[in-house]
Design a protein around this ligand. Structure first.
Ligand code: COA
Length: 362
């Protein structure tokens, strides 16, 4: 038995491959660096779902039906009462998703893709005391999310940046939430059940809850000149530098570069606070230098969370909503894995080793 099932192979998949030595992420045969050059959210949804559902869709009909589903699920916003609104955004999302019918068909899949995209902006507006903005079905998923969030037409660079984020995090091998989705799918419970289990796994701080602390760290550093000193003292205290290191990647996380590219375009469009970026760059450079010096035997580079934090902050998502935005992007991966498991896999039923007391002899 391996604690945490590290290195244990638990599924065969055609969906994605994480190569930690080469620093490469492949999604259905396409390398991430290539995928982010052309793909929008809807493209990666088509790519991941291809052949996994009985009904097939072309890009236009996917956009149309996804837009209609956003409109349909918006009616569930009325179920957010004062008690529910006190919970963290991702917990409210989970409660609302629990209201959706279970099933294994295309409509269920599209409803589940639309739901978090509609729920999160509405939850954030209600928490600010603002009225939720209804979806605009004719918009792309990313443009509609930003419109529902801010009640204003987003700029092209902002929409492109959110698309890049959603594409970049769409799937990533057999991570904890994806495994949870496959376990539920192996019981034939339905896609809604799979997505709820996956979302519950994602919200844990060891999985999808990390990018907020990156911003906390930047706030604590405060100024460029303070970066080296602050980071050195944090390591002296035995702390980890947020946004650096990865269990699988031994080189730079390819998703970090994809997100940095999107951020660079937002900077060029004047949509990012330059002081914030200047501070982040100083922290990145100092952290890489100090980690190289203090941990010479362990390659530690920047990971996806560092640029996720900067990108989502620039897109005006509050930090307690970052896990919810992650869920908007990862739902397509959960659904694709659930379908793959359902079509090809058996019931997942591992065994445990009993280490408890034995019954006393009579
Ligand atoms: N800052 C400082 N030191 C770090 C570090 C970091 N971010 N990440 C790893 N290390 C050090 C460990 O202290 C350990 O040093 P030691 O051998 O002297 O004790 C060594 O590198 C190996 O650590 P280990 O726990 O085996 O690495 P891991 O592969 O299990 O950890 C993470 C992976 C992601 C949990 C870890 O890098 C981390 O905590 N990063 C910060 C949090 C973060 O950014 N999470 C988001 C990940 S996408």
């Amino acid at each position: 038995m391996k604690n945490g099932l590290e290195d244990v192979v638990a599924a065969e998949t055609q969906l994605s491959d994480v190569n930690g030595e080469a620093g490469q992420l492949i999604i259905r045969g396409v390398s991430l660096d290539r995928l982010v050059e052309y793909a929008r959210y809807e493209d990666v949804a088509l790519l991941l779902l291809d052949g996994l559902l009985e009904e097939r869709l072309d890009r236009d009909s996917l956009c149309l039906r996804l837009g209609q589903m956003r409109k349909e699920v918006f009616s569930h916003i009325g179920a957010i009462d004062d008690d529910l609104l006190q919970l963290p955004p991702v917990d409210i999302m989970r409660a609302l998703i629990a209201r959706l019918a279970d099933g294994d068909d295309l409509d269920t899949a599209l409803r589940l893709l639309a739901a978090p995209a509609v729920f999160l902006p509405a939850i954030l507006r209600l928490k600010r005391g603002e009225t939720p903005v209804a979806p605009t079905p004719s918009l792309s998923q990313s443009a509609d999310i930003l419109t529902m969030l801010s009640a204003a037409v987003p700029g092209a660079a902002q929409v492109a940046a959110l698309d890049t984020y959603l594409v970049t995090i769409s799937d990533h091998g057999l991570n904890a939430s994806t495994f949870a989705s496959r376990v539920i799918a192996s019981t034939k419970a339905g896609l809604t059940s799979s997505v709820m289990a996956a979302l519950s796994a994602l919200k844990g701080p060891l999985h999808g809850g990390a990018p907020g602390p990156v911003l906390d760290m930047l706030d604590a550093v405060g100024a460029k000149d303070n970066a080296a000193k602050w980071l050195g003292q944090a390591l002296d205290r035995g702390e980890r530098l947020m946004g650096f290191g990865h269990r699988i990647y031994r080189v730079r996380d390819p998703r970090a570069d994809a997100l940095k590219g999107a951020l660079t375009q937002m900077i060029a469009a004047g949509q990012v606070d330059r002081d914030r970026i200047g501070l982040a760059e100083a922290v990145e450079q100092s952290a890489l230098a100090i980690l190289k010096e203090r941990k010479p035997g362990r390659p530690l580079d920047v990971n996806v969370e560092f640029y996720t934090a900067l990108l989502l902050d620039a897109l005006t998502f509050p930090r307690d909503a970052f896990t919810g935005v992650f869920a908007i992007g990862r739902t397509i991966g959960w659904i694709a894995h659930a379908r793959e498991q359902s079509l090809e896999g058996r019931l997942i039923r591992p065994r445990s080793v009993y280490v408890g007391p034995l019954p006393k002899a009579a």
